[in-house]
Ligand binder design. Structure first.
Ligand code: PLP
Length: 416
């Protein structure tokens, strides 16, 4: 029996969410639209199968097909990123990172990562995360004058604290990560370097951001952000030794059975990401972000680090006289979906911060280009300016109408 028959309530809600996604200009930089093919692989009978272990060494029988699927996903990941080893089983980015800790550190060990308010991820040792509670985290940030990572500070902190593990990468970093500089610091102090490319994996795969391969000991990534796959994650390594430690950490260290329907969808997304059109997509994501940033700057917005090298823009709204949360809420009512975000050295609280974070992976997946980015910047300017004057409703209504015309002209992949 169909979903609509068994559970019309959930079926209707899924339809409503599909409509919402179709009608919104999605600017959240960690999201994307997967293809119909990826969606199809996700909703399959593979969800019925238990496969604890790895191909050829499982703890359940009946793996004739699953072994082939997981092996295909692994081979595609290795070939796409140019690594010797890949593990496609982590349930998501956070458990993948936890596996990195389990593989290379013990509770109480010193670890280093970017502080959350500067653009790091919770799992890079932030206090409320298990990684901050069970390990001794040392945090680096960005320079106040440039908004960029201060590699001198990273080196000084590493020499002083001698971490076992260093994370680079993050969730709100609008600039290139200097993997070579991190690698030389990690080598100097004998730390394992983990490059967390969750946000930029699609750009790396498409050649629009330098690769950590050859610099980082281990690479962690989600599969659902710029990589445009299902919700999931992968861990990659070059050396046998690091790969063995990661595999043991994922299973049996941290997880039970892998989500085989997700593994199949990851394999599909990796195949798509190896196609020439995906490289064009990745480069257009960056070109769109630059166009959006340029137009926002021209309209007097204050961008952290003064712009972007990748898919992401962090806006400090202080100069516009409005906080991040009311701006994000008004933009959402106008059909422009963003998220409010802390900015470096934010004087406001994380739940009511000074900034918003936007990005171009989703709008680029819809086929939008630089002209549409300039239009989006103009709408953002109108709405934010109106919110600052406490007189937004009329403008929000008009912008929403105009946004609907744009989304209708650029249908999103995977939606009907
Ligand atoms: C998104 C993200 C994660 C976590 O991924 P989840 O799938 O949400 O657990 C980890 N690290 C970075 C840098 C991320 O951007």
């Amino acid at each position: 029996m169909s979903l609509a028959h068994v559970d019309p309530e959930i079926a209707d809600l899924i339809k409503a969410e599909e409509r919402r996604q179709a009608d919104t200009v999605k600017l959240i930089p960690s999201e994307n639209y997967v293809s119909k093919a990826v969606l199809e692989a996700t909703g399959t009978v593979l969800t019925n199968k238990y496969s604890e272990g790895y191909a050829g060494k499982r703890y359940y029988e009946g793996q004739q097909v699953i072994d082939q699927i997981e092996t295909l996903a692994i081979e595609r990941a290795k070939s796409l990123f140019g690594v010797n080893h890949a593990n496609v089983q982590p349930y998501s980015g956070s458990p993948a990172n936890l596996a990195v800790y389990l593989a290379f550190a013990s509770p109480g060990d010193t670890v280093m990562g970017m502080g959350l308010p500067f653009g790091g991820h919770l799992t890079h040792g932030w206090s409320v995360s298990a990684t901050g509670k069970w390990f001794n985290p040392v945090r680096y940030g960005v320079r106040r004058d440039t908004g960029r990572i201060d590699m001198d500070e990273v080196r000084e902190l590493a020499l002083e604290h001698r971490p076992k593990l260093i994370f680079c990468g993050g969730t709100a970093i609008p600039r290139r990560i200097d993997f070579a500089a991190f690698a030389s610091i990690a080598q100097e102090v004998g730390a394992v370097l983990a490059a967390d490319i969750a946000h930029i994996a699609g750009l790396v795969a498409g050649g629009a951001h330098p690769s950590p391969v050859g610099h980082a000991d281990v690479i962690s990534t989600t599969t659902h952000k710029t990589l445009r796959g299902p919700r999931g994650a992968m861990l990659m390594a070059t050396s046998d030794e690091h790969a063995t430690a990661l595999n043991k950490a994922v299973f049996p260290g941290l997880q039970g059975g892998p989500h085989n329907h997700t593994t199949a969808a990851i394999a599909v997304a990796l195949k798509e990401a190896a196609a020439p059109e995906f490289a064009a997509y990745a480069n257009q994501v960056v070109a769109n972000a630059k166009a959006l940033a340029d137009e926002l700057l021209a309209r007097g917005f204050d961008l952290v680090s003064g712009g972007t090298d990748n898919h992401l823009i962090l806006i400090d709204l202080t100069s516009k006289g409005v906080a991040g949360k009311p701006a994000a809420k008004a933009l959402d009512r106008a059909g422009l979906e963003t998220n409010y975000n802390t900015v470096p050295f934010d004087p406001r609280k994380p739940f009511d911060p000074s900034g918003i974070r936007i990005g171009t992976p989703s709008v680029t997946s819809r086929g939008m280009g630089e002209a549409e980015m300039r239009q989006i910047a103009a709408w953002m300017d109108e709405v934010v300016t109106a919110v600052a004057k406490d007189d937004a409703e009329e403008i929000v209504t008009r912008v929403h109408r105009e946004v609907s015309a744009l989304t209708a002209a650029f249908p999103a992949p995977g939606l009907s």
